[in-house]
Write a protein that binds this ligand. Structure first.
Ligand code: SF4
Length: 436
């Protein structure tokens, strides 16, 4: 989501005549888009800005410096009090004002700007795309469909930094997707904090379909679009309409990232997640009944306050039962002003680290088995561009697995059938021999 926000701001600035600098060392404006979801991310952004200040203020005193995003939203003026060299602090509902504020400062109308107010309609302002700066280069794109979250999980700072749920209209989103497809995009990922809650206040249920499924239907109609993904959903959003959509809409790929956080009902309740272990497992079962090849990934938090060894064992057993293709594991990080930060029984970091390692070992073992089982199989990939080694290309399967193969630039943007020859760690390698 932050990448998408940064891209939109860069595109807005480019439209006003700014140019993307090749490096920080050449930039006249340096904006750090920040994340607050873990303390480490905030500390990293602060250290980064301190380093930039040390370098620029000595040699290039006129460079304009700013923070954007979640940390900017939650800390506001405090960031300038702490780092007086910072000129601009832009909250999560003000990204689209960046160019105007830069103008104000460059023209001398204002010395510094801090804007972290709410703004009605701001959810529709993240819409410009750079697509790597060149037409027809990007094959995939993210489209922000909503902002904010009303779930208030007890560990999470997002409802405070991103505000309440606000959704764009279906027509507005479809128009943006159509424009992207006309510029060569083949795959669109719909983005939001809880995408499955999209439009639930504005768009009435129609023929048993929630607003989100109606949006999927509308995007699916776009000619030339090959694949649709979305992230992140919430388990509570998997009604029958969404599960059925996987069987009904061929462009909706067999891939779901469904954050579970814990396998223990006691922890899920403490986290205010709004579902049980059984409910979660039921969703996985229903999805696999509709699409047996479904690639499923998740997020886990280990070391939540009060998590016992038994609770953690429940998480391990859920991971074994679901057999996730991939999982992102986070050690619980107390975030200020969230209920979990004030809970008793905060766990020592050594316990969090040990649980993290055990869960990671299990996830890696399961994934290695999954990936190895694909060797010899034929998969369809959408070629996205060069892999880390430039002489190779890479794409993704419908189940969201990366496949690397030896091809050439002409394969970019193409759907290819490849035979898997080798499996690495979270990467597959395909046989170029069957390429036409
Ligand atoms: S659903 Fe929970 S974890 Fe996700 S953004 Fe909302 S409050 Fe945070």
């Amino acid at each position: 989501m932050n990448e998408r926000d940064s891209e939109a701001v860069a595109a807005q600035l480019a439209a006003k005549g700014y140019q993307l600098a090749a490096s920080e060392a050449m930039a006249d404006v340096i904006l750090l888009n920040t994340c607050s979801v873990r303390d480490m991310a905030e500390q990293k952004a602060l250290r980064k800005m301190e380093n930039i200040i040390a370098e620029t203020r000595r040699n290039r005193p006129n460079v304009l410096l700013g923070f954007m995003g979640c940390m900017a939203q939650s800390r506001g003026q405090e960031l300038i009090d702490r780092l007086p060299d910072v000129d601009l602090v832009i909250g999560t509902q003000k990204f689209h004002r960046t160019a105007d504020y830069l103008d104000d400062i460059f023209q001398g109308r204002r010395e510094k700007v801090v804007d972290v107010e709410n703004e009605e309609g701001s959810e529709a302002s993240i819409r410009e795309h750079l697509l790597n700066g060149k037409p027809r280069q990007a094959v995939t794109a993210f489209v922000s469909i909503m902002q904010g979250c009303n779930q208030y999980c007890t560990f999470c700072i997002v409802p405070y930094t991103r505000g309440a749920e606000r959704s764009r209209t279906i027509a507005d989103i479809v128009a943006e997707c159509q424009e992207l497809v006309s510029r060569g995009v083949k795959e669109i990922t719909l983005l939001g904090q809880i995408v499955t809650s999209y439009g639930r206040r504005q768009v009435p249920v129609k023929d048993g379909k929630s607003a989100f499924v109606q949006l999927l239907d509308a995007v699916h109609e776009i000619e030339g679009l090959e694949r649709i993904r979305f992230t992140s959903p919430h388990p509570k959003g998997y009604g029958d309409d969404l599960v059925e959509a996987y069987g009904r809409l061929p462009k909706l790929v067999e891939s779901a990232h469904i954050p579970v956080q814990s396998g223990s009902d006691r922890m899920l309740k403490q986290m205010h997640r709004g579902y049980t272990r059984e409910k979660y497992l039921g969703i996985i079962k229903r999805l696999r009944a509709v699409q047996p090849q479904m690639g499923i990934s998740t997020d886990f938090i280990v070391g939540f306050p009060g998590e016992t060894e038994e609770d953690f064992e429940q998480t391990l057993s859920l991971a074994r039962e679901v057999e996730f293709d991939q999982a992102f594991i986070f050690r619980y990080s107390p975030r200020r002003d969230t209920p979990a930060a004030a809970m008793p029984e905060q766990l020592p970091s050594a316990v969090k680290e040990e649980r993290n390692q055990r869960l990671l070992a299990l996830i890696n073992e399961i994934a290695a088995r999954h990936y190895a089982s694909l060797v010899g199989q034929q998969v369809q990939i959408l070629t996205e561009g060069p892999s880390k080694r430039p002489e190779r290309l890479q794409g993704r399967t419908r189940c969201n697995k990366i496949v690397v193969f030896e091809g050439s630039e002409r394969h970019r943007g193409q759907m290819l059938e490849l035979r898997i020859t080798r499996a690495g760690s979270f990467t597959l390698y395909g046989d170029p021999a069957i390429l036409g």
